[in-house]
Design a protein around this ligand. Sequence first.
Ligand code: GLC
Length: 421
Amino acid sequence: MSLRNQLIGLVSVAAICFGPADAAEISIVTGSVGDDLGQLQAQLKEFEKKSGHTVRVVTTPPSSSEQFTQFRLWMAAGSPDIDVYQIDVVWAPQLAQHFVDLSPHVPDAASQHFDAIIRSQTVDGKLIALPMFADAPALYYRRDLLEKHGEKVPATWEELGAVASRIVEAERAAGDRRLWGFVFQGAAYEGLTCNALEWIASHGGGEFVEEDGSISVFNEHAIKALETAHSWIGTIAPEGVLSYQEEESRGVWQTGNAVFMRNWPYAYALSNRDDSIVKGKFAVTTLPAGEGGRSAATLGGWNLGVSRYSRHQDAAIELVEFLTSEQAQKQRALLSSRLPTRPALYDDPDIASRQPIIPQWKAVLENAVPRPSAVVKAKYNEFSSQVWTAVHNTLAGKGTAADNLELLEVQLTRLQGGSSW
Ligand code: GLC
């Protein structure tokens, strides 16, 4: 063996044994639903191979609200244990001070991702997180059951209620005692704030707090929206929906026990897998409109930020760039029907043929309604918990929609505590 080859051999042995000089051990914290975690782990393996770094995954409960509580504790303590946080699109203004500004590292982010998402993650000129995937919900429906019963896809909430009741009644009479009409996220957490925003905005009842900071929640359209939702409980929706998050709804739906489901696009790929009873029997459409209103979908999504307290910021930034890259987003779209945040991927032919919901959902995403986190800023968590409590009480029959919304208005005014948020 020549001296040159011997030297090359020695250098590669050293690299395998000791890793590259700057190899770091970093951690990422994530909550997940469906197969998000499996997907992430596969991508992390690729990253480790490519970068020489090692990555530890810390998991949290799937509820965005529970994650927020935990993240805030770690961050307030300046904990260096977590390098990368996967954060909900609504948390940026509240957590901004704890994150590294990513804009110098990815100066072209705004031209690669949907501009609105980058703006939502930019606080006082600091880009605090890069988008991993976006979310905008769909109405999933059992095409087979609608066809069998000669029903049309509902365009309004009222039609949804009527179609669901008729199908459930007929199917139950024929012996399917487990079938329900509609499942959604009715537990008292962030997901209920999203569902309620859709009911209220689609009835023309506003968005709780408007862009100019005014509190709009107590109005006749919002009351009508919540009265309609309350009428579903125990009729077309099981009582248990009051404790459902995303995965509980998907459980009922995917075992063939619901005619309609409100859920995010991740449920599309899972519902079409071989182990799904509804495989090939369903389709998706936009959420129904309220009386005299329009369809409204909440803007959701998750982003990756690097902690200011991380001792391995360069490696953490490398990881964030890797997981938000075009290649990673394409994989996530193909396998898990997660919506890309890069407009270019909506024209990708592989994605269109494997997950047709994605090109179909570009317009829904572009028109999605944001929660007022940029308006209420540091008070978002309290704002949202007051909203979901008022809505949950209404669904559970604790007080009327009108009484609960009137009280919510008083509480939000107190929370605002002055003329501006
Ligand atoms: C989804 C959305 C997120 C939202 C959450 C509510 O994960 O992406 O934005 O807060 O659902 O459950």
